[in-house]
Design a protein around this ligand. Structure first.
Ligand code: ZN
Length: 489
């Protein structure tokens, strides 16, 4: 066998084991008995150890040295295996172990501090996490910027400078739009009680409409919705709230976007480094365009209004037009995960600037809460009332996820670019969506983005799919057009 064949055979087993590890994670969040958590931690640590040893196996370095790529796909496989090998060998094993140990404890300390509204109880731990992550960043960066090295874990090729420019253009226009909406009359709101079984039945129907393949997937309930797995086993979860069926429906559509991406990848890439989404940002572009540009469009909500009336009887809302406004309602709120399309990115931009400053050393952990509260007041127009609604609301920093937040907004930016190109490719999109037919839209996304998996780098995927480099301009235009119309601005 050639070096390339050896490399791919070895990698295939690593990928299979990594899918097994992912499925243990799925199980833990869905059906695992509560009493199993300690044993499960040991099981996961054992499989992580095996995976780490395989990812840093010296044989991989030898094969990489001599592997020849017969074609572009093979060259991309080698690129991804090399990236992973370097990622895992650059960080000293002691430091990796220390980060794993500290962050697994930090998550509990964060949760307790949040429950008690006690920021000082969390800060010493966060200080340690920040310090360790900066050490890791230094090891990965090899003399260049620490934060850019961290971004590379989630969004290969992205840099802080690139994001600062893009986000800097978004922020003032979004603050201005949010300001004008808050000055206008509030939109209609869906009220009432909605039975869980009916919500789940309609949510299953929505997953089908958006092309989720149930033969290779399943839906379960979880506290925080997520998608898990690749290839022929891609599972999603959703949740219900008796007074807010939109929460269930749009969580499902969002996760179907992630899952459709994994299910849509060319099967020849299954169990290889190309058999997964290209980055967190591209992944989020699929979930966001399914959820927002398609799922919250005037045309599709018109169809959904009919479905909901069939399912629940008369609603508190009397027309498809008002239903469209209710499903796009902009509301004051503190929490990122509950934010509407207008304000969501402001939440992300805040976190990006703060975590970037923590990593460059311009912001000290002791000053983080004050910096958060000042920025929140400036961008959202009112003050944070308690830490669980402010600096303690997200789990990310406690578990060492620095460089992850910006991929949420990058996903929205990519979704904006893809949506503009999709509208040009499918001129009668609204007529189709008004009948609950998403086939042309999801087919175009599969063709231009999903089937390629990680063949291309994120920026190149968007550029090839849309004909131009990623830019925030289409997202801004989409948001301003949509919400100025909705709120009569
Ligand atoms: Zn997502």
């Amino acid at each position: 066998m050639s070096s390339f064949d050896n490399l791919m055979a070895f990698q295939r087993e690593t990928e299979a084991l990594s899918q097994v590890a992912g499925r243990l994670g799925w199980d833990q969040e869905t059906v695992m008995p509560r009493g199993a958590s300690e044993q499960r931690a040991e099981e996961m640590a054992a499989i992580d150890g095996v995976l780490h040893a395989r990812r840093t196996d010296p044989k991989v370095a030898d094969w990489l040295e001599t592997a020849d790529a017969p074609d572009d796909a093979a060259a991309a496989q080698i690129r991804e295996i090399r990236r992973s090998f370097e990622r895992y060998t650059k960080v000293p094993p002691d430091l990796s172990a220390e980060i794993a140990r500290v962050t697994s404890r930090a998550q509990g300390i964060w949760a307790a501090a949040r429950a008690e509204e006690d920021v000082p109880a969390f800060l010493p731990t966060l200080n340690t996490v920040v310090d360790l992550k900066r050490q890791e960043g230094e090891a990965l960066a090899n003399g260049s910027a620490i934060y850019d090295a961290m971004l590379d874990d989630y969004e290969p090729g992205a840099t802080a400078a690139m994001l600062e420019q893009m986000f800097g253009a978004l922020r003032p226009r979004l603050v201005d739009l949010r300001d004008r909406i808050f000055d206008a009359a509030p939109g209609p709101e869906l009220t009432g009680e909605f039975a869980e079984d009916d919500q789940l039945a309609l949510s299953t129907r929505l997953a089908e409409v958006f092309g989720y393949d149930f033969r290779r997937g399943r839906i379960d309930k979880a506290v925080h919705p997520f998608s898990s797995g690749s290839g022929d086993d891609v599972r999603i979860t959703t949740r219900t709230n008796p007074v807010d069926p939109f929460n269930c429906f749009y969580s499902t559509i969002h996760e179907v976007g992630h899952a459709a991406y994994e299910q849509g990848i060319d099967p020849v890439y299954a169990l290889t480094p190309l058999g997964r989404g290209a980055s967190m940002g591209v992944h989020e572009s699929q979930s966001r365009i399914y959820e927002n540009q398609l799922g919250r469009s005037r045309a599709f909500t018109g169809w959904l209004y009919g479905q909901m009336t069939d399912c629940f009887g008369d609603l508190s809302i009397e027309s498809p037009e008002a239903f469209y406004a209710a499903s796009n309602r902009v509301h004051r709120g503190y929490i990122r995960t509950e934010a509407d399309e207008v304000q969501y990115n402001l939440h992300v931009l805040l976190r990006f600037d703060l975590e970037h400053s923590l990593m460059t050393g311009d912001l000290r952990v002791d000053d983080l809460e004050a910096a958060w509260n000042d920025r929140f007041k400036a961008d959202f127009g009112f003050a944070v009332d308690k830490p669980s609604n402010g600096v303690l609301q997200d789990v990310h920093w406690s578990v060492g996820l620095f460089g992850y937040f910006p991929t949420y907004t990058l996903g929205n930016v990519y979704a904006g670019c893809l949506h503009r190109a999709l509208r040009q490719a499918v001129p009668d999109l609204d007529t189709q969506m008004a009948q609950g037919d998403l086939g042309a839209a999801t087919g175009w996304l599969r063709e231009t983005v999903q089937q390629h998996g990680a063949l291309l780098l994120p920026r190149d995927i968007i550029t090839r799919a849309t004909g131009s480099a990623p830019s925030e301009a289409p997202l801004l235009k989409y948001l301003e057009d949509k919400f100025q119309m909705l709120y009569g601005l």
